[in-house]
Structure formats: C-alpha cells, structure tokens
Design a protein around this ligand. Structure first.
Ligand SMILES: [Zn+2]
Ligand SMILES: [Zn+2]
Ligand SMILES: [Zn+2]
Length: 276
C-alpha cells in the first residue's frame, strides 16, 4: 500500500496558516509536508479522489491503466473532489483511458453520478456503484467489506476493509471516530488484518476525539480492541495518518514518530509504502 497524501482537509502546511506547526513544517520540509489523504493498494485500488490527485499523479507517476477500482470513503472535498472527476468523465480532458469502477455511499455516489450524467460525459468510462455499510463486494480477486464510519453524516461516511488476491487484509479507516461494537462484529466477516490504517486527526489531543475522527489516545484504544477481538496480532502493521496542523502542537514528523512508536504505530507520510 502506498500513501500519496496523509493530511486532513487543510494539508500541512495549511493554506494561509502561520501557526507553529505549519511554520515548522515549512521550514523542515521533507516528511513534514503533507497533502490530502489518498492511498493506492496493489496499484489497483485507489482510496479516495481529492483535489491533490493531480499532484499525486505527477509526484508518484502511478499507472492509471492499472487502477481498476476507486473506493470513495465520503463526500468531503478532501476525499472526493467532483470538479476534477470531470477530467475523467469528459473525453475532451483525457484520452485513451481505461475504465475505472467507482464506489461510494449515497452522498458520494450522487456527486459522482452527476459528473457522469453531464451531456459532455462518456458514461462508459466508469461504472458507479452505490454502497451501504454491511456490503461485501467482490472486486476482481479482491473482497471489499463496507463499514459504517462515525463522521459527518451528511457526507455518508464509510470505511473499507479489503482482502486482496493473496488474502492479505487491509483496514483503511479514515474520517471515523472509534469503532462501534457493531462495526467490530462486521469486521469479523473478513477476519484478522495485516495492515490497519487509523485516523489520527486529533494527534496529540489529551482528551476527546472519540467521535468524528480519532487521536493517538483513541487509536491506542482501537488498537487494543482489535487485538483483543482477534482482528489484529503482533504481526499486524498499524499506521496512523490523516493529520491536522491544529493538533500537531508544533511537533515535527520525527517527534511524532517517536511518540507513536511508544504505542506500536508507524506514522504515515506522503510517499510511505507498506508491505503486508
Ligand atoms: Zn478527511
Ligand atoms: Zn497551521
Ligand atoms: Zn471528512
């Protein structure tokens, strides 16, 4: 799995912002510079499609013709940016493309459908499927479990658990608060994860962040829960990502990595590749 972007909506440094975290990130550069969240699994499954996708393509030079599926978590603009999807839908903007199948719950589905229903769009370029929490999809040789996320309900948020053709299992859990008992039970339909990617928007916050997003504190609670339920073990790689400048409290990537390592977490950064 390759991480293209590891920030929340604002990016780090955030546009306009002169806070300590942003000023430090700008000074240090490297892994401290974070674009909006996006990741690619086995060159085939793209998680989310935000406004940084053009920059990700130019930086990481991935092969669009290998991407068969795009799983949209929810309709917030740092995860789905329909204005740029027009470039795929309308043949005027992109040529000789391969078909991509897009998946999203109601709000994301509606926004994607609208793009492809324009008279200028070529609807044969994409298949758009509405998903619901509890769906277990067969995408080629992958199984994809759709789970309910605890996040802004108007964005119809879901998270995805993927079992790939080698039976490796990946949980991509961003823009969600803590997993409910029902979600934990649903996860057992796939079983133990090899990679768990957790939301860490609240990073250093000492309290809260149970709902909407998580922090290092609540990620530790979720890690312990997954271990206790048999959904992870000491071979599972845990990654925290989707960071916000607001909760970095002036810390840089190295300091954050040291803190996260205490709890057995890798800190996501733009360009990180993780092998299961
Ligand atoms: Zn987000
Ligand atoms: Zn800032
Ligand atoms: Zn969101």
């Amino acid at each position: 799995m390759k991480y293209f972007g590891t920030a929340a909506y604002e990016g780090i440094p955030a546009l306009f912002c002169q806070c300590e975290s942003c000023k430090r990130a700008m000074l240090l550069g490297g892994k401290n510079l974070r674009t909006r969240a996006q990741a690619l699994l086995n060159e085939e499954i793209l998680f989310d499609f935000n406004a940084d996708t053009v920059a990700h393509y130019q930086t990481y030079r991935f092969d669009w013709t290998k991407i068969k599926y795009c799983l949209i978590t929810h309709s917030h603009s740092d995860h789905l940016y329909p204005e740029d999807l027009i470039m795929f839908a309308e043949p005027h903007y992109s040529h000789n493309v391969s078909q991509i199948d897009f998946y999203g719950a109601r709000s994301a589905y509606d926004k994607m459908k609208e793009v492809f229903s324009s008279p200028a769009a070529d609807s044969s370029r994409a298949r758009i499927t509405e998903v619901k929490p509890g769906d277990l999809l067969q995408l080629g040789e992958n199984r994809v479990l759709v789970l309910r996320a605890d996040h802004g309900p108007e964005s119809t948020p879901v998270i995805y658990a993927v079992e790939d053709k080698e039976k490796k299992r990946i949980l991509y859990a961003h823009d969600t608060g803590m997993f409910t008992n029902q979600v934990i039970d649903e996860m057992k339909r796939l079983g133990r994860f090899d990679i768990v990617s957790l939301d860490c928007t609240g990073t250093y916050a000492p309290t809260g962040w149970d709902h909407g997003h998580m922090s290092l504190r609540t990620d530790v609670l979720m890690k312990d829960r997954l271990l206790k339920e048999g959904l992870a073990d000491d071979q599972t790689t845990f990654i925290v990502t989707h960071f916000s400048h607001n909760e970095l409290h002036g810390h840089d990537h190295e300091e954050l990595s040291e803190e996260a390592a205490k709890y057995g977490f890798l800190v996501g950064y733009d360009g990180l590749e993780v092998e299961a």
